[in-house]
Design a protein around this ligand. Structure first.
Ligand code: 13P
Length: 397
């Protein structure tokens, strides 16, 4: 017997054999299953209630394989996808010229760092960067691919003020996204990134800001999977402000719950995506800061409560933490909890990997080898943090 309830859930009651093989439930996620022996020959009856299944694309296996590769072998992602305005801001602070050529030279420094592929599984590029080449004409996409690093691409077009919600933002970029994804796939990208930003204070985030951003993230993720690109789903609860650790925890959990509701309702294949969240931290101006252990414990607890086990990996953003603290916090999470968690805990840092290298380079070609050394060092520290093997002593070598 099969009955269909209206709305989101299907209610199915049917006979199946003792091992539950009836065909109908294969590849379907369900929320509740009750089975009981019902006949003399040992057949079971099962009651299962489940949500809408994710759609099966031609490229489902590709998505799953790519998502798993991105978090395999204790590696992580390097975010080098700063938009031109953000990259220029970071250059301006160090008196580096804010030109196309300076941005290209800096990205060449990054992608040609020997040994980066030992620690980095994927690199997130920006629209300008994915079209650029080394001085000798080799495309950055080829340089990365030859180093065993999967090229990815930032596809949101930035966070804009959310109308009628002072202090809150909505990330844009859905218009024309299907066509842009097609082009990026042809250029060699195999994953994409979209960042939503959520500010926290006494009366924000609002429910409407969380819902609008979660909906956009889910629409983006579904379009990525349709195009064969693994979506990196990045809802960032910002560190700016004086909110407490507890306020960040509450906001992070509400955001993640809403994001996964939306991902499910847009039929996103959870096995073919990566979550890129913030760590749970007190605001930068909060008078009470938290220890590395407190951050590790509360962050894992929040993720445990909200992230489905089907997701292969969680790759944190660094969000303005110092490079060393980001490594130490990731390390403690893995040291304490790795064997108990259903998903890999990895990194997808921009500033916490790049900043020391940028400060050494300062736009001077003579500094390239030292800057590359600093970049590789941070990548190695974070790979060690995935293994729970990072120590402060590594910073002195
Ligand atoms: P940070 O690690 O500097 O926060 O950057 C990560 C990122 O990709 C932001 O979108």
């Amino acid at each position: 017997m099969e009955t269909r309830a209206s709305g989101l859930a299907h209610l199915v009651l049917r006979d199946c054999d003792a091992r539950g093989h009836g065909g109908l439930f294969d590849d379907r996620r369900f929320a509740l299953a009750i089975s009981w022996p019902s006949t003399a020959n040992g057949a079971h009856r099962r009651l299962k209630i489940f949500g809408e299944p994710p759609i099966t694309y031609m490229n489902t296996q590709l998505l799953i394989d790519t998502a798993n590769k991105l978090v395999a072998d204790d590696k992580g992602l390097l975010a080098m996808d700063e938009s031109n305005p953000t990259c220029n801001k970071r250059f301006a602070k160090l008196n580096i010229p804010q030109t196309v050529e300076a941005r290209r030279a800096y990205r060449e420094l990054i992608v040609t760092t020997l040994g980066l592929g030992e620690c980095i599984s994927g690199a997130i590029l920006y629209d300008e960067t994915i079209r650029q080449q080394k001085k000798d004409g080799t495309t950055f996409v080829k340089v990365l691919t030859d180093a065993g690093i999967i090229p990815g691409i930032k596809v949101d077009t930035g966070a804009k003020d959310l109308a009628a919600h002072p202090g809150e933002k909505i990330t844009e970029g859905l218009d024309g996204l299907r066509e842009r994804l097609k082009e990026y796939y042809q250029m060699g990208a195999r994953f994409a990134k979209w960042r939503a930003v959520i500010a926290t204070s006494a009366d924000i985030p609002s429910r409407s800001c969380i819902e609008a951003n979660a909906h956009a993230l889910a629409r983006y993720a579904a379009l990525c999977q349709e195009a064969g690109l693994v979506p990196i789903v990045e809802p960032e609860v910002l560190m700016d402000g004086d909110h407490t650790l507890e306020q960040c925890r509450a906001a992070t959990e509400e955001v993640l719950r809403t994001v996964f509701n939306q991902l499910n309702s847009q039929r996103v294949l959870l096995e073919g995506m990566i979550l890129k969240p913030n760590m749970v931290l007190p605001g930068l101006n909060c008078p009470t800061q938290a220890s590395v252990d407190e951050v590790a414990n509360i962050t894992v607890k929040s993720l445990w409560r909200t992230v489905p086990a089907a997701v292969p990996g969680i790759a944190f953003l660094s969000g303005g933490q110092s490079a060393e603290l980001a490594s130490a916090r990731l390390n403690t999470m893995n040291l304490r909890f790795k064997s108990k968690l259903p998903w890999a805990l990895a990194f997808s840092f921009a500033r916490a990997i790049q900043q020391p290298a940028l400060e050494i380079w300062r736009g001077d070609e003579a500094n390239v080898p030292a800057a590359q050394q600093a970049l590789l060092h941070r990548a190695r520290c974070n790979r060690a943090a995935r293994r729970g093997e990072y120590t402060a002593a590594m910073e002195r070598t």
